[in-house]
Each structure stands twice: as C-alpha cells, then as structure tokens.
Ligand binder design. Structure first.
Ligand code: NI
Length: 258
C-alpha cells in the first residue's frame, strides 16, 4: 500500500474534449494532490479505445470498456465482440459503464436492458467487475442485478440514492462509489448512506469532467478534486482521512485486481 493519503479516482473521463487543452497539467495536478490511481471509463467504443490509449501512456491510469445506455444507438452490430476484444487488454480492469438511463431515454427500456444484460454476462465470462450507471432507474437496476449479477463483483458508480437503495445494492454484493454530490450541504439522505455503508464497500470518484464537488459545483471537474470527496466522507464518518483513503485503496485493489 502506498504512503499516506494515497487517493484513488475510480471513475473519470479524462479523454473528454474538455481536457484537450491541458490534459497533462490536469494529470500532474492530480498527482500533486495525492491521486495515485485513476480508472478511466469508456461509454462507447471510441471512448473505450481512448481509455485504453491513456492507460497505455500513463502507469497510474487503468481502463474500463463498455457501452453506456445513452450510446446504444451508435453501436455497430458487432459491438459486443468489439467490447470483448478491447477487454483483453492487460490494463482493462472492468466492464462499464453499463446500466439504465431513464433520464435521457436515448434508447427504449428493453433495448437498454438487452445491452445491460449482455455486458453483465460478458463481465462474468471475463471475470471482471461491472461498473453500473443508473439514472432514474433504481427499481429496474435492482431487478436486473438481482437476477443477473448476484455474487458478481460490481460498483454502483456515483451512488446518490437513499439507504433503502444502498441496502439493496449492498445485498447484491456491490460496492458504492461516491462522487461530488456527497459534498453538497443539503444532500442529507446521501450523507446518511455514507455514515452507514460498511467501510469495506466504499470507493471514491469524481466522474470528471462532470459533477464537480462543493464549492466548485458547476465548474469543470478533475481528478485532483477526489480529495474533497474523500475528506467529506471521512468527516461524515468521523474518521481520519488516512484511515478512509487506506480502506478505499484496499477496496479498489480488491475489486479491480490491479
Ligand atoms: Ni461516467
């Protein structure tokens, strides 16, 4: 385990065009803030390839490949074979982000479910964890995970539900990854979850360039700010930052098998 305050950002989109002008600076800023590991997430085939390219270039970056529900329409007929092929890369540590998005509804629910289930099966076949995206779709997410992912390792990305939803995810065996919203002063239901979730199920992420934490809400987010998220979680649980980051590090090692 690395020295103190080794932070990990388990969900980034550093390849995004928002970072085209200063990507190298953003990554060195993250390193200066103590971020020792970054998990870069694909949401379609091009971004999955971009995640792998970043992981090839930087030792501290790992890649996750998959098709997110908002990008189903653009997926070619052989998309699943292409995801399977990309997942063979030694720096790919999970399949994702996959799930349901009923906020944007870019594809019909049954089609979203078909893509979700196919990639859960693929993750099981490849012995990789699944990174779950779920927006306005709690009951369908739990229904599919109970049916298809029981006993399979997985992460609820950017968890922002209440305790009942958290309990359902924990029962399936998944970890909860917390992002910017835990820093929002009024997010009391989420703060309650952060206090109650077992320490060995907690991960930290930024989802950058989105979901910037308080007090930078609304601005472009970046991996260095995972520190604000870890500090808030530690404060809510009345524990030291070092104890929190050490546990999160072990949790990440366990699920991603770095
Ligand atoms: Ni994401």
């Amino acid at each position: 385990m690395p020295a103190e305050h080794a932070l990990i950002d388990t969900h980034t989109h550093v390849h995004a065009s928002q970072f085209d002008d200063d990507r190298v600076d953003v990554l060195s800023c993250a390193a200066e803030a103590g971020v020792r590991c970054i998990v870069e997430i694909g949401y379609d085939l091009p971004s999955s390839r971009a995640a792998i390219a970043l992981a090839e270039r930087y030792g501290q970056i790992f890649a996750v490949v998959g098709v997110q529900p908002n990008y189903i329409a653009a997926a070619p007929p052989d998309w699943l074979d292409q995801v399977r092929a990309l997942a063979q890369h030694p720096k790919v540590v999970a399949i994702g982000e996959i799930g349901f998005d009923y906020y944007w509804n870019e594809a019909p629910p049954d089609r979203q479910e078909q893509f979700f289930r196919a990639q859960l099966v693929l993750a099981r076949e490849l012995r990789l964890p699944a990174v779950i995206h779920s927006r306005d779709a709690q009951s369908d997410t739990i229904r599919v995970l109970r049916d298809a992912a029981q006993g399979q390792p997985g992460i609820m990305h950017s968890f922002s539900g209440d305790w009942a939803y958290a309990e359902a995810c924990l029962e399936i065996g998944f970890m909860l990854s917390f992002s910017g919203p835990v820093t929002f002063p009024k997010a009391q239901a989420l703060h309650n979850v952060v206090r109650r979730v077992p320490l060995d199920r907690i991960l930290t992420e930024t989802d950058c360039p989105y979901l910037s934490p308080h007090p930078m809400r609304g601005k472009r987010n970046e991996p260095a700010r995972v520190r604000l998220i870890a500090e808030r979680i530690a404060a809510l649980r009345d524990m030291s930052l070092l104890d929190l980051t050490s546990s999160v590090w072990l949790n990440a090692e366990r699920i991603f098998a770095f």
